[in-house]
Design a protein around this ligand. Structure first.
Ligand code: ADP
Ligand code: ZN
Length: 746
């Protein structure tokens, strides 16, 4: 018998091992310990076969060392989904399976739970208690322990006994005499701390609006068919989409089917879990990478045991080991964080659709600003399209004012961060005790250091980017956002030694400082990746804001996502065009989404909302149409551009980056792949290959990067040709990154 095993090593194909005689055939999805070169690793069985294919010699096959699980550890449908993912995204099956495994699963048997010692009285112990004082070998303490335990035959955890004055060694002595038994019980670590999070009180008797009702009924009808469907739920911000997920989930549970609820950000999971637990009870699990290994492991095991009706999580939760899935919701489906930016480079939304197809489930893609891909599929009839045009309770969308910063600079100098309009609007909110969100999608204090003598800039020694200034005035440092290189801000130019260094450009830290300077009475906080590095910091910041302890929250796109803060009545966007300068075909789409989403954070409570958008390009269509919140017009305009330039959703693309110690080497190797692709395409002319060219980020961590972009309507053939081209150059394998359906081509 031969076993094919996925081992967690990047870019390695499945490996075949021999099953030693007398060993039971392991199930697909069971973990096995196997030799790999001089190492011993834990892999997952993906296939078993009684005979080998041609050219393989049974003698050369190494035997499996040990089978760790009597049954599948990963359900076989999830193993298949991982294999599909590896294939589609041109990743190794082993690294993909590794991404599916819960933490700690590679170490040993599946009993790495947190356990707790529980003491229970035995029959002999009961006899001793009943014998009373005539049982001479008992101390008073031991007798007391037995009496307590006699009252709780199921047993008492030892920490509780300790709290009642019965120390662990007393329990151990009783156990040695056979009067008490001690067992280990599993305790599930539940990361959801109900005390730290207060959801907006749910009104369970709340009536759905007519629009919500119609959407819910249509979706329920689709779910009730019990066959695969995808629906795009296009609902403006604040239209009450969450309420629909909750009711659909309840309907599915009544039919004994489970739900996968995907959200784009770890920070959105507590609110979502809280709503689901209020609506459906405790059988709701969480899966995301911000949990400790132990928490994640325990939650995974709960799901695997079938103790769960709903899994709420970020992209990797699409691989949760849940059975009988009837509904998969991808909330904010347009969000770039569904794409994993390391191998396997999968898009959780697209894997969700494949999972839904295999499970005969309904997949709901929901967004106020659908991705071009999903809307395209809805328009051409592949997805059902369901629209929520109105906010609940007839709340108006925020009124948007555009501030032309060219005029502002002309009048007040190019140093201005907050326009007068925005400054006054923040002050008005402070007077009325309402809250403001201020967005700038760029971290740091200043974004470059410029020498006025030689015109040089302070660059990263390892990457082709300028260093960003961070920190308080007294401890300011220059950092690279790509490799984490960091240095003191020099007082003289490193190139010409001139003393005329100037900090230019600004990020969230500068905006925060400006708000403090202009509104000294305001309680100001900042939300970006730097501010929430510590575990728990994000949740704390969000709950302080929700509780009204913060007046003005300044942040990156992290503040734009999904949150429902009813007391926010002002949203300010400091530089709406930050993303438009990027050499990325999705730049306009991303700008439109970000502006629409962040404007949607204002006016979600009783008070109407206002958004103020500062920009240097007020005439750009993505800014204009976002301000009018006109999605269909944006889609039509953007589709013209995608068609003219041949970009998704009209063709598929694969981005490839080749790394090399030298610039010439990177370009040459990328050129070689381009040649091979052209050859493979031949007369057919199905591929359009751009490159080789220096990648937009031409140097990263000391290595040079060349890029090639392939476009085709035939994604499968394009990918196969690319995989074959790389396979023909084994020396390149570890220096090439292949990104199928890239979200960013930078
Ligand atoms: P979306 O996800 O579409 O942006 P949410 O689901 O966050 O919107 O809902 C916005 C707000 O409206 C939430 O505070 C929610 O509790 C509330 N809400 C939803 N449905 C109703 C309803 N039928 N009646 C009253 N309030 C509702
Ligand atoms: Zn760097």
């Amino acid at each position: 018998m031969f076993i094919r095993v996925a081992v967690p090593v990047p870019a390695l194909d499945l490996l075949t091992y021999r099953l030693p005689a007398g060993t039971a055939v392991p199930a697909v999805g069971a973990r096995v310990v196997v030799p790999l070169g001089s190492r011993i690793v834990t892999g997952v069985v993906v296939d078993t076969a009684p005979a080998l294919g041609n050219g393989l010699s049974a003698d050369a096959m190494k035997p499996i060392r040990e089978v760790l699980d009597a049954e599948a550890f990963i359900p076989s449908d999830v193993v298949d989904l991982a294999r599909w993912t590896a294939e589609y995204y041109a990743a190794g099956p082993g690294e993909t399976i590794a991404a599916v495994l819960p933490p700690k699963a590679r170490g040993g048997r599946a009993d790495a739970h947190k356990t707790m010692r529980v003491a229970a009285i035995t029959a002999a112990g009961l006899g001793a208690v009943q014998a009373g004082p005539v049982a001479p070998h008992l101390t008073a303490k031991q007798r007391e322990a037995l009496e307590i335990l006699a009252g709780v035959p199921a047993g008492i955890p030892t920490p509780q006994l300790a709290a009642r004055g019965i120390a662990a060694d007393a329990v151990s002595r009783l156990a040695r005499h056979g009067l008490v038994s001690v067992r280990r019980d599993r305790v599930d670590r539940d990361p959801f701390d109900a005390t730290s999070f207060h959801a907006t009180p749910a009104d369970t008797l709340r009536r759905l609006t007519p629009e919500q009702t119609a959407a819910f009924e249509r979706l329920r009808t689709l779910a009730d068919t019990g066959s695969f469907h995808v629906a795009l739920l296009h609902g403006v911000t604040g239209s009450g989409k969450t309420e629909i997920y909750l009711r659909l989930s309840a309907a599915l549970r009544a039919r004994n089917r489970t739900v996968l609820m995907l959200v784009p950000e770890i920070g959105l999971t507590p609110a979502m879990v809280s709503l689901f637990r209020q609506a459906l009870g405790d059988r709701v699990a969480i899966q995301h990478s911000g949990l400790s290994d132990g928490e994640r492991h325990d939650q995974w095991q709960r799901i695997r045991r079938g103790d769960i009706d709903v899994v709420v999580g970020t992209r990797s939760a699409v691989f949760a080991p849940i059975d009988r899935v009837g509904l998969i919701v991808v909330d904010e489906e347009h969000d770039g964080s569904y794409k994993q930016e390391e191998s396997p480079r999968y898009n959780g939304r697209d894997v969700a659709i494949v999972r839904g197809q295999r499970a005969n489930a309904l997949v709901v893609l929901a967004s106020a600003t659908p991705s071009m891909e999903s809307y395209h599929n809805a328009m051409n009839g592949r997805y059902a399209r369901i629209v929520l045009e109105r906010r609940v309770l007839d709340r108006a969308l925020a009124a948007v004012t555009v501030v032309d910063m060219r005029e502002e600079y002309a009048e007040n100098g190019s140093d201005v961060v907050l326009s007068r309009v925005l400054e006054r609007a923040i002050a008005a909110r402070l007077d009325r005790q309402e809250q403001s969100l201020i967005l700038l999608n760029r971290r740091g204090f200043a974004t470059a250091v410029f020498c006025r003598q030689c015109a040089g800039t302070l660059n990263c020694p390892n990457c082709s980017v300028s260093l960003v200034i961070h920190g308080e005035r007294s401890a300011r440092r220059a950092q690279c956002h790509y490799c984490n290189y960091s240095t003191r801000v020099p007082s003289a130019c490193p190139l010409c030694a001139g003393p005329y260094l100037e900090q230019t450009g600004f990020g969230t830290e500068r905006v925060e400082a400006e708000v403090r300077r202009l509104c000294s009475a305001a309680r100001v906080a900042r939300l970006d990746r730097d501010a929430v590095r510590r575990k728990g910091a994000l949740g704390l910041l969000l709950s302080r804001f929700r509780d009204g302890d913060i007046d003005v929250l300044v942040g990156t796109q992290m503040i734009a996502k999904g949150h429902d803060f009813p007391r926010v009545t002002l949203v300010g966007v400091v530089s709406a065009d930050v993303g438009l300068g990027m050499a990325d075909f999705r730049a306009s789409e991303r700008t439109f989404q970000l502006l629409t989403q962040v404007a949607g954070r204002a006016g979600r409570g009783e008070q109407p909302g206002e958004a103020i958008v500062q920009t240097l390009y007020p005439e750009h269509y993505s800014i204009q149409l976002a301000c009018r919140q006109d999605y269909p017009a944006f889609y039509a305009r953007e589709l013209q551009f995608r068609r003219a330039m041949r970009y998704p959703p009209l063709v598929s693309i694969i981005n490839t980056i080749v790394r090399s110690p030298t610039f010439a080497g990177a370009m040459e190797d990328a050129g070689d792949i381009v040649q091979r692709l052209r050859q493979a395409d031949g007369e057919r002319g199905e591929f359009r290959v751009l490159g080789p060219a220096p990648a937009p980020l031409g140097r990263l961590r000391g290595e040079y990067r060349a890029q090639l972009l392939v476009k085709s309507s035939n994604r499968k053939r394009m990918k196969e040709a690319l995989v074959a081209a790389i396979a023909a150059r084994p020396d390149l394998q570890r220096r090439v990154v292949v990104d199928v359906d890239p979200v960013s081509v930078l």
